[in-house]
Write a protein that binds this ligand. Structure first.
Ligand code: ADP
Ligand code: GLC
Length: 499
């Protein structure tokens, strides 16, 4: 198996260009239909890039409240569940950039206010919701669109490989369908009380140490780690990290057992949506050659966040994030007082855990001229922060890939990040001797190192404008478009199909 892994990691482009494959993406969210985080960006951009390489692509998503179908149902499926079957419809979402979209339509499960939960609480029937969705994906293959390879993403789709190799093990139509599974985040596993097995109709034989059982609970993600043909994560560094106790969230042993089938492929970004040269949202366009428009963006940002216009001459630090422990907010809490003693401004945009929303509201109340928070999920504001800030702060405890820091590079907004996962893979540390690098990194997860990195950034910003410009331009010149990574996925699909 070592040879397979080597073959995977050696892929420079990805398989033979002549082989056109039919690939089905199954995911719980994807733009332009639904989004809570970076997963949705990937589910839009990667299939688009694979379609551009010539592959036949379809994406299957749940039909949430605001998901618009392009036509009436094309199929009614029967999905076996514990207490009887469910009968979701499949409705088409049209074809965008060569990618065919379909939705699993079951209003009782998916026509809700949010995707996964409300008021900080998961929906109590998430096990059933996403078991139905995963079962529907297999039935979709049988009745609507048979792919060569299924590519599943995160715990919500983890039952696809588990069901294929158990419930469907004797079904010749699908039992051999290869499954590639991408772990976007090991911190979200879909763990439910043991009663979920019965509710979703999984055989008790699967509830063991070699199956979905994990410390007395049913763990969906574990099912995917065991039953998928190939596993990927969204950066090479994170692929290494999740084999360790520190980053494995308890599943590192299971990951180590599948290490011969695991590889890390860095996420790309969609520069059609995230580039200051063509961004329709921001106050003024700009480029590496002519950065002058960035000042207009900074003024606009301060105005929108209700901060004094005079701060345009000060360093402005931006944050756009889910407010979750993963993102390093406890470190920000520790350094807040020291940071806000500086002559600067901070803008934060995000939603999530109540304690962080509270923290930021409190900081804003105490420092109205320096700190402003928008507790909101707002794509327009996200673009304005990327363009208008000078420094982008992302001190994550762990980060499978991270997209915001890559967007920041393109907008000449210099990232300060912790050297973990994709943050480490995408940001090169500033080297004072050469002026090289694209941002500021700190290693250990502690507040002293974080404030040290921020101070270094502030020092250069204030005292070395030419060096700062160089840093901005270094970042703006980096290319993280999907082309290279899409070819690596294509190579992996080919491997999965052939072996
Ligand atoms: P994660 O998926 O862990 O949340 P990423 O950096 O991969 O982190 O992706 C986050 C995505 O979600 C980015 O596209 C970012 O712009 C967007 N985003 C996060 N929070 C907000 C928000 N409050 N408003 C608008 N967009 C947001
Ligand atoms: C997850 C991760 C993030 C990654 C995104 C897309 O939400 O937290 O780091 O960029 O998925 O792969």
């Amino acid at each position: 198996m070592r040879a397979v892994l080597d073959a995977l990691n050696a892929f420079q482009y990805g398989g033979s260009l002549e082989l056109i494959m039919k690939i089905l993406f199954v995911a719980a969210e994807g733009l332009p239909f639904s989004k809570t985080g970076g997963l949705a960006d990937v589910i839009e951009a990667l299939p688009k890039s694979l379609a551009a390489l010539g592959h036949e692509m379809a994406v299957l998503l749940p039909r949430y409240r605001n998901t618009r179908a392009s036509a009436g149902p094309v199929a009614s499926l029967t999905v076996p569940m514990g207490g009887g079957s469910r009968f979701p419809a499949i409705v088409p979402g049209g074809t965008l950039h060569g990618v065919h979209y379909y939705f699993v339509d079951d209003a009782e499960y998916f026509d809700r206010e949010q995707l996964y939960g409300e008021a900080g609480k998961d929906y109590p029937d998430n096990a059933e919701r996403f078991a139905e969705f995963s079962g529907a994906a297999i039935e979709f293959c049988k009745h609507v669109w048979m792919p060569d390879v299924i590519h599943c993403h995160d715990w919500q789709t983890a039952l696809v490989p588990a069901l294929l190799r158990t419930r469907y093990a004797k079904d010749d139509a699908v039992r051999k369908l290869p499954v590639v599974f991408t772990i976007h985040n090991m911190g979200y596993q879909g763990a439910f009380p043991p009663g979920a097995m019965k509710k979703i109709g999984l055989p008790n034989s699967l509830f063991g140490i070699d199956g979905l059982e994990f410390y007395g609970q049913v763990n969906f993600l574990k099912g995917a780690l065991i039953f998928s043909d190939y596993l990927t994560t969204v950066s090479p560094k994170y692929a290494e990290e999740i084999k360790t106790e520190e980053y494995g969230h308890g599943l590192d042993g299971v990951v180590r057992n599948r290490a011969d089938r695991l590889t890390g492929i860095l996420n790309g970004v969609d520069y059609a949506a995230w580039s200051p040269e063509r961004d329709k949202i921001i106050a003024s366009l700009y480029s590496a050659k002519d950065l002058s428009g960035k000042v207009a963006c900074k003024k606009d940002l301060l105005k929108v966040f209700g901060l004094p216009a005079r701060s345009v001459n000060k360093p402005v630090i931006g944050i756009v994030s889910r407010f979750a422990g993963q993102k390093g907010f406890d470190l920000i809490e520790e350094i807040a007082a020291e940071l806000l003693a500086e002559d600067l401004a901070i803008v934060a945009l995000g939603t999530g855990e109540a304690k962080y929303e509270e923290l930021f509201r409190k900081l804003a109340k105490k420092n109205p001229a320096k700190f402003s928070v928008k507790v909101a999920y707002d794509n327009i504001l996200a673009h304005k922060v990327e363009a208008g800030a000078d420094i982008f702060l992302m001190p994550s405890r762990y980060e499978p890939c991270g997209l915001n820091q890559i967007y920041s590079l393109k907008y000449g907004t210099v990232p300060v990040v912790r050297a973990t996962g994709g943050l480490d893979d995408t940001i090169e540390a500033f080297d004072p001797a050469t002026g090289g690098g694209t941002g500021f990194k700190f290693q250990a997860y502690n507040s002293a190192d974080l404030i040290g990195a921020i101070h270094q950034a502030l020092f250069i910003f204030r005292n070395e404008p030419a060096v700062w410009r160089g840093l901005q331009r270094n970042g703006m010149a980096r290319d993280f478009s999907w082309q290279v990574s899409a070819k690596r996925y294509a190579g992996l699909y080919e491997l999965a199909w052939k072996t």
